[in-house]
Ligand binder design. Sequence first.
Ligand SMILES: NC(=O)c1ccc[n+]([C@@H]2O[C@H](COP(=O)([O-])OP(=O)(O)OC[C@H]3O[C@@H](n4cnc5c(N)ncnc54)[C@H](O)[C@@H]3O)[C@@H](O)[C@H]2O)c1
Ligand SMILES: [Zn+2]
Ligand SMILES: [Zn+2]
Length: 339
Amino acid sequence: MKSVMIRKPGEIAVVDSPMPAEPEKNEVIVRIKAAGICGSDLHVYHGRSAFAAYPRIIGHELAGEVYQAGSLVSDLKPGDKVAIDPVISCGNCYACRIGRHNVCSSVKVLGIHVDGGFSQYIKVNAGNVHKIPDNIPWEEAAVIEPFTIAAEAVDRGRLSADDSVLICGAGPIGLAILQAVRRAGAKAMIMDIIDSRLERAKKMGAEKVVNTNNTDLVKAIMDFTDGEGVNLIFEATGSISVLELCVSALVSQAGRIVVLGYPRETARITPLDIMRRELDIIGSRLNRNMFPEVIEWIKAKEIEPSSIISHVFPMEKVREAIEMYDSEPEKTCKIVLTF
Ligand SMILES: NC(=O)c1ccc[n+]([C@@H]2O[C@H](COP(=O)([O-])OP(=O)(O)OC[C@H]3O[C@@H](n4cnc5c(N)ncnc54)[C@H](O)[C@@H]3O)[C@@H](O)[C@H]2O)c1
Ligand SMILES: [Zn+2]
Ligand SMILES: [Zn+2]
């Protein structure tokens, strides 16, 4: 079968790789039909991932159909249309025991810690495989995973319809969060430095979009919230200075800041800012069984997954797709590969 492999940092190739061995009792082989390209695939490509070893088959935003199911798998059969949750956990550590397996002390993510699904076939545990309705186009099914990131983030942030929300970053993740926030009925403002992405946000119902290259964000927030600051912020730019500004100047009293971006620099944050406002600064990583919920959102047409997709390429053109995603953020948003 064909797979997309990062042989070593900077070297990507479509290679022949062995078909997965027969599934164990609780395993399933999925024939991949479509898969989204994500920033973390680029981190592996560029050798910037803290977790990847090489060679590595990348890809963790995956949709396909069941090809073969193990003997104890009762709810999935060949031909079923599915999306794959890329999170693998131990089941025993503290985080797993309290139901937070997405931050398992030995968490593994398909395509990063272990080989992923930019491949014609992948074998995974049946528990990671979620049935989806037949009428979801493959490309949209491939972006269910980024929407599970959004579902996790709004859950972690305890979003309510009364919140005034700021989303920092209008990339695929920020835009997926925007849809999750709009779905809950809260009003959302979003910021970025790329107009084309902010245009997408406007179409998705953002009440206000701010290009911080030409607009003062603090003033815009204070106008938007009558001087109160926003109650709930999602940091999805990955910029340390944006996080610092969120804490020092943008969040309201008793506000929450959900941190999704993960730069490695040290932030300059004043504890007084946290204490005097009783802030919650909350991490959000991957997803905690959010696939069923997001699939319900799609069935109910409460979100529009296709609206974050800018391009679809056949997997043979993966190098072109990744380079475009890397170098032309103004032209791209989520890029999906078909298999
Ligand atoms: N927590 C998680 O589980 C998780 C999952 C996926 C991605 N992420 C992280 O979330 C972030 C968003 O992911 P994405 O795929 O949308 O990435 P992306 O790079 O496509 O989007 C980031 C957006 O932020 C904007 N931006 C960057 N710096 C900015 C600044 N200083 N001011 C204003 N805008 C700025 C960019 O123009 C871009 O549109 C990334 O940092 C990514 O690593 C976290
Ligand atoms: Zn991803
Ligand atoms: Zn664990």
